[in-house]
Design a protein around this ligand. Structure first.
Ligand SMILES: [Fe+2]
Length: 166
């Protein structure tokens, strides 16, 4: 896959046109899957994300995304669990999607992975990007079941895409 950097309009988050991911879309179609939403995130050293630990949407549903990180450096994607007794906050992104977030001090780390290669990630639990030491772009694709238009969930994704996962 090759990607073309979108116009971020001075922001760090943009949508990505579906006509630029024909190859990914036809590969997913072969499993009766489709790209539900395409976006790009720019992150760089020193950029401060007060609401970095977040969940895409308002539901803890274990839905997946396929992430292609360009120039990952030593950055990692980390997954978190909120500590008992704490509450999530909600916000809307610059591209109009809603999400929940919580301060790091109120969360426990669950898992952490360097995404140097295309990766299936769980965006339906709290996650963040850590250790950013390069300007990195993440092309991120939410995946849906083509027939039902429901979000593809982690356990189903692992079954369907097993030949492509480590
Ligand atoms: Fe996310």
């Amino acid at each position: 896959m090759t990607f073309e950097e979108p116009d971020f309009n001075g922001k760090v988050h943009a949508t990505y046109p579906k006509e630029k991911i024909i190859q990914l879309e036809s590969w997913l179609n072969s499993f009766d899957l489709t790209v539900g939403f395409s976006e790009v995130f720019k992150k760089y050293p020193g950029y401060n994300y007060p609401n970095a630990l977040h969940l895409d949407g308002y539901d803890f549903d274990d839905h997946v995304k396929i992430n292609f990180v360009i120039n990952a450096g030593s950055s990692t994607m980390a997954w978190w669990r909120i500590k008992p007794g704490y509450q999530y906050r909600n916000l809307t992104t610059v591209v109009g999607t809603g999400y929940l977030w919580a301060p790091k001090e109120e969360c426990d780390l669950v898992a952490e992975e360097n995404l140097a290669r295309p990766a299936l990630v769980n965006a339906g639990m709290l996650h963040s990007v850590e250790n950013i030491d390069t300007e990195r772009l993440c092309y991120s694709f939410m995946v849906k079941n083509k027939k039902t238009q429901t979000r593809l969930l982690w356990d189903d994704a692992v079954g369907i895409l097993k030949d492509y996962l480590e």
